[in-house]
Design a binder for this molecule. Structure first.
Ligand code: F6P
Length: 740
């Protein structure tokens, strides 16, 4: 209010000063003009009198001057007249007798110069105009005649000007003040209130208030700026909160270093042995060179970082064509090749063993048996016999490698070695044995079709611990045991007692090597066209899929949903490309070879159907890709699509999330993958429902940046908190609790 008052007073003073200045100027001009008029009129009167009667002044004397002055006042509005005879003798009419003496000092000058002279004389506050006319040509001794006129009318005219200008100044000041008050109130105070409201909304995060714009256009840039600040503040706050959350839980987040220490405490001098069929490093011939590659396998993605962190021995089948050349005399090689951290011991399978154990019983029997993907399992006695034999071979090697260790920790991986726990335990009861089943466990009815289900269950129950990805798989396993074996299933703690052995059955959702350090690495976002440049293609949006070419992965269903998406959204033709990285796998099996052909044919068919220059709907990259090659697609694609028809966990989903350091991108995830239980921020789909999967693609491409970020942050937090190091620690801690 004070500001308004001060402003109004300033306006009044300023307008007043201007009005005063102008009035003063106007008055001085008016005064000069009126005096000039008076002067001219008086001269005119003088001339008129002379013209009317040239002897008028000669007739003047004491007897008639009063009479003449009266007639002049009446005729010409003159106040009086005086006649000067020289020698300071002056005759005036009676009413103005004192005027003459005032004029005396001017007359000699005028008569001497011979020109008329006019001025205003001040007589006791009364201003009188005098015009002195020298008349020396007269016969009488009259030297000059003085005419007097009252200037009262000039003063009243000046007063009128003052008065009018004062009223004008008052009205102007009043109006300007009113307008100023209105401008201040509506134009400034109201807008200031709005700005204060924005600032408050900025502080409190009230986005609704912040969205209220001002009708005044000139505030638009400020509003926009405040909105930017709000957005930046929201992002900074979210980041800070996220960092704080991470920091609070930093101690709970596992790192390779922490796992190493934990393993040293848990194992003391005991040995850790990992057994799997697939080896973590495979040496292959590439021309004349020998190349070392990491096979496409979720099990390896998960287990390799653990061995790297804690050392130990990994026993696996040597399947690379240069594997034999790279091992020592004990069939061992130190890996990773560039920075050895642990020992890989290779076992050599004969062709027969590989055909029956690996391709036969493992991949044509157990694999389709455990995955409900509508591919019929095949059970052959020869496959089963070789399966038993290879399990025995591996058991022998494990026992040999642990001969001098009292209580080794043996971590058996996957469905290839269901019999191994019992075989090891029979010979080495003190060994702590765990088997982790990387694939789903079906319902008891489904598993029950396996002719050797009892042997498999019995073999597995030799372990102290059986791990699955989900509780759901554990329950299926326990139900299967309960229906198939003479055993006691203790549902209270999810364990099985059989003979003298107790086996704990527990979920351990597997993960990837994603730590806080990786969390902070900001990856570069590459434009789709740049990513596709090597293939001569262009696109504005990218989807990515990374799978082994396997009938359980739903690749054909994925392609159908892409086709349906393009059908429903023709504007995306020429703009959206789906990159499917597909690693051929188990191609000796007809079902897998057929799947490769089917995937290729389907991609070609869809690509032929939708055509645009330098563009493809589906880019199928059918070969093994290293993680380094996949990484740019993971970190830059608009979405990743995982369409497993049935899957244990699916680590591709987690790898994609780990790569999204900018918290953007969308994960479309099959509800039949174990990961869907943890990654709630994904768009969860049923891959058999092509229509809904197509809509999920649209949803992913149109999802706002805010929603993407919210979902992605939540999933990244889950993955970093439940990384592979925490998985291993949990598993090993559980193993360490068993009393032998
Ligand atoms: O999911 C089971 C699994 O063993 C995974 O570890 C891996 O992704 C896949 O199968 C690899 O199969 P293979 O070793 O037969 O290529």
């Amino acid at each position: 209010m004070r500001i308004t008052l001060a402003l109004i007073l300033s306006i009044i003073v300023a307008v007043g000063l201007v009005a005063f200045g102008f009035t003063f100027y106007q008055i001085s001009i008016e005064r000069t003009r009126l005096l000039k008029d008076l002067d001219m009129e008086t001269r005119h009167v003088s001339d008129q009198i002379y013209q009317d009667d040239p002897l008028f002044f000669d007739k003047l004397d004491r007897s008639n001057i009063d009479h003449i002055a009266d007639s002049l006042r009446i005729r010409y509005n003159l106040t009086g007249i005086a006649v000067y005879y020289g020698n300071d003798s002056i005759l005036t009419n009676k009413q103005n007798s004192e005027l003459g003496s005032y004029s005396l000092k001017y007359i000699p000058g005028a008569t001497a110069a011979g020109t008329s002279f006019s001025s205003v004389i001040n007589i006791s506050g009364r201003k009188i105009f005098q015009l002195i006319e020298p008349v020396n040509k007269r016969e009488k001794s009259i030297n000059a005649v003085v005419f007097y006129a009252d200037t009262k009318f000039i003063e009243s005219s000046i007063r009128r000007i003052w008065f009018r200008n004062f009223i004008r100044w008052f009205i102007q000041a009043f109006l300007v003040s009113i307008v100023t008050i209105l401008i201040i109130r509506w134009g400034i105070f109201n807008q200031m209130t709005k700005i204060v409201m924005w600032a408050k909304a900025l502080r409190t995060g009230n986005t609704e208030q912040l969205a209220q714009k001002s009708p005044l256009k000139f505030l638009d840039p400020l509003h926009k700026e405040i909105e930017h600040i709000a957005k930046a503040m929201r992002e900074a706050k979210a980041t800070a909160e996220e960092e704080a959350r991470l920091r609070t839980s930093a101690e709970a987040i596992w790192t390779p270093e922490r796992l190493k220490v934990e393993v040293e405490i848990l194992l003391e001098d005991k040995k850790m042995i990992v057994v799997s069929n697939r080896e973590p490093y495979m040496h292959i011939h590439d021309g004349k060179e020998v190349r070392c590659i990491v096979p496409a396998s979720g099990m390896i993605t998960a287990m390799e970082p653990i061995l790297k962190a804690c050392s130990g021995l990994w026993i696996a089948s040597g399947t690379g064509d240069a594997d034999r050349e790279t091992v020592d005399k004990n069939d061992k090689v130190q890996v990773p090749p560039e920075e050895p951290r642990y020992t890989l011991k290779r076992l050599w399978l004969t062709k027969e063993e590989e055909d029956h154990f690996y391709y036969g019983f493992s991949n044509e029997g157990l694999w389709p048996l455990c995955h409900i993907a509508h591919t019929r399992p095949v059970f052959r006695i020869d496959d089963w016999n070789q399966y038993k034999k290879v399990n025995e071979n591996f058991a022998a090697v494990v026992l040999k490698e642990t001969a001098d260790v009292e209580q080794p920790f043996i971590l058996i991986q996957d469905f290839h070695f269901a019999l191994l726990p019992e075989l090891i335990k029979k010979e080495k009861p003190n060994a702590r044995v765990a088997i982790f089943w990387h694939i789903p466990w079906p319902n008891p009815e489904s598993f029950g079709i396996c002719p050797w289900q009892r042997e498999i269950l019995q073999g597995m129950l030799g372990a102290d611990l059986i791990g699955f990805h989900t509780q759901y798989h554990c329950n299926h396993f326990l139900e299967t045991v309960s229906g198939a074996l003479e055993s006691r299933v203790i549902w209270e703690n999810f364990s099985v007692k059989m003979g003298g052995q107790t086996t704990l059955v527990k979920p351990f959702p597997i993960s990837i090597a994603f730590t806080l350090k990786d969390y902070d690495i900001r990856s570069k976002k590459i434009k789709p066209t740049e990513l596709l440049a090597d293939y001569g293609l262009r696109a504005q949006y990218l989807g990515i899929g990374v799978d082994r070419i396997d009938y359980t992965k739903g690749i054909l269903e994925k392609f159908l949903s892409i086709e349906r998406f393009l059908e429903k959204n023709p504007s995306s033709v020429g703009k959206f490309t789906f990159v499917q990285i597909g690693a051929p796998s188990r191609t000796h099996l007809k079902s897998y070879a057929d799947m490769v052909t089917a995937v290729e044919n389907e991609a070609n068919r869809i690509n032929l159907r939708f055509k645009a220059k330098n563009w493809k709907a589906i880019l199928l990259l059918k070969r093994h890709h290293s993680h380094k090659e996949i990484e740019p697609f993971y970190s830059s694609a608009d979405f990743c699509m995982v369409t497993s028809l049935h899957d244990g966990m699916n680590l591709v989903a987690k790898e994609f999330i780990a790569a999204r350091s900018r918290n953007d991108g969308v994960l479309i995830l099959s509800r039949f993958a174990g990961a869907s239980g943890e990654l709630q921020g994904a768009i969860i789909i049923n891959p058999y429902d092509i229509e809904k999967s197509a809509d999920a693609i649209k949803l992913a491409l149109e999802m706002s940046a805010e929603e993407q970020s919210e979902r992605m942050k939540q999933m990244r937090l889950i993955v970093v908190r439940n990384n592979i190091y925490s998985w291993a620690a949990d598993l090993l801690r559980t193993m360490a609790t068993f009393n032998h």
